[in-house]
Design a protein around this ligand. Structure first.
Ligand SMILES: [Zn+2]
Length: 196
């Protein structure tokens, strides 16, 4: 048998039949003997109540993340991250464990609330889940003033075509309808961009 014949004998992955009708909705699960009923301890919940992978924003509840102080601080108007107590490394994003020394003795420290635009762009199509109605909007990298951090985020306060490199922005908490909070940058209207 030739090499060609051998290779053609390898079973090909089946392609989905696109012309077939969609499968009917699944019936309600039939209780199986020995398995716990839904919603009992140890059972799989019927409906997920935590954010999923398609959710652009992270879980913030203290039951779900050790990094909940970041969000608690943000709600109180503070912009914070973690610093390793042993090697002093300022970590971004906030961490539960230092990636350098693998210790979990970390301190929460305040970050500057202002920075300058290092680079910017705009989302004109294909926005992440929940941001479709905001298009067009600006995103960019911001160098925090007085901290060695260059952070990504949305930039508000000015049309995307009017943003400039070097422009001053401030960090502001942004509340989500479900009660979570995240941060965005907002252009400081009173200060002109740095000439380059
Ligand atoms: Zn460390």
């Amino acid at each position: 048998m030739s090499e060609e014949g051998e290779s053609s004998a390898v079973p090909r992955p089946r392609r989905p039949n696109l012309s077939s009708p969609p499968a009917p909705p699944a019936e309600a699960p039939v209780p199986v003997e020995g398995r716990p009923e839904p919603d009992l301890p140890g059972a799989r919940p019927r409906r997920a109540t935590v954010p999923t992978l398609l959710d652009f924003f992270p879980a913030e509840d203290e039951k779900l993340t050790e990094l909940h102080p970041f969000f608690d601080h943000l709600k109180a108007g503070r912009f914070t991250t973690t610093r390793c107590r042993k090697d002093g490394e300022l970590l971004w994003p906030p961490r539960a464990v230092c990636p350098r020394c693998h210790r979990s003795e970390l301190d929460w420290v305040d970050l500057p609330m202002r920075g300058r635009i290092y680079a910017h762009s705009a989302v004109l199509a294909g926005a992440p889940l929940g941001m479709e109605a905001d298009v067009p909007f600006s995103v960019g990298l911001v160098d925090l003033e007085g901290a060695p951090l260059r952070l990504f985020g949305r930039i508000e306060g000015r049309p995307w075509k009017e943003l400039a490199i070097g422009q001053l922005v401030r960090v502001e908490p942004y509340g989500l309808p479900d009660g979570r909070v995240f941060y965005r940058f907002r252009v400081e209207e009173t200060l002109a961009p740095v000439g380059r």
